[in-house]
Design a protein around this ligand. Structure first.
Ligand code: GRF
Length: 201
């Protein structure tokens, strides 16, 4: 089957906050001939700004708060998995989803779940990446899109974008610079990833 003729891949974007990357992914999906469509935006946080943004665009949204599940991470993830499957989702894009996933959900979506992380992995996995890059005296920072595996921020890297760290850089100014390049990189990589899946199908 020609990739140009195939249906766009159904993507779910998982968010916990502002959703600026999600918005960039949605924008790319609106372009003619896009390799994917954003079929669901799911959040674990009520009031996440990105949820409203998505529903204003007419995209299906789901709120599955981890709070409602107490310490039962698996039950929370089962609920997420069910929402993904009942929406016919083929690929999951984490975009500022601020919960570490258990191996169960990672395995359920193995090879079909990607994440964007605000550092040049393998440098600075985890939180506070910008402060850590500045403290380390790094000359440059950036972001990485990678396949999600059980080790946090450890999966195979699909793409990176770089920015310079200037002399008077603050974590806030660096965060802004990195976000700007994230918004180009993530849609680019997700498109490529979905094109490859369409060719495989
Ligand atoms: C981004 O910096 C992303 O790299 C990280 O979380 C942030 C999410 O920002 N994983 P936003 O909600 O997309 O604006």
């Amino acid at each position: 089957m020609s990739p140009a003729l195939s249906e766009p891949i159904r993507v779910a974007v998982l968010i916990s906050g502002a959703g600026s990357n999600m918005a960039a992914l949605v924008e790319r999906a609106e372009a003619p001939g896009a390799a994917y469509e954003v079929a669901l935006v799911l959040s674990n946080i009520a009031g996440a700004a990105g949820l409203e943004l998505a529903s204003n665009k007419g995209i299906a949204t789901a709120l599955i708060e981890h709070r409602g599940f107490g310490k039962d991470r698996l039950a929370h993830e089962r609920a997420i998995d069910e929402a993904l499957r009942s929406a016919g989702i083929q690929v999951v894009a984490l975009a500022g989803y601020m919960r570490v996933l258990t191996p169960w959900l990672v395995q359920a979506w193995q090879g079909r779940m990607i994440n964007i992380h605000p550092s040049l992995l393998p440098l600075h996995p985890g939180l506070d990446t910008h402060a850590r890059a500045i403290a380390a005296g790094d000359a440059e920072a950036g972001c990485s899109v990678h396949i999600v595996t059980e080790g946090v921020d450890e999966g195979p890297i699909l793409g990176q974008a770089r920015v310079d760290i200037s002399d008077n850089e603050t974590p806030e100014s660096l965060a802004q610079k990195v976000k700007a390049v994230e918004h180009n990189l993530y849609p680019e990589v997700l498109s490529r990833f979905c094109q490859a899946l369409s060719v495989e199908a």
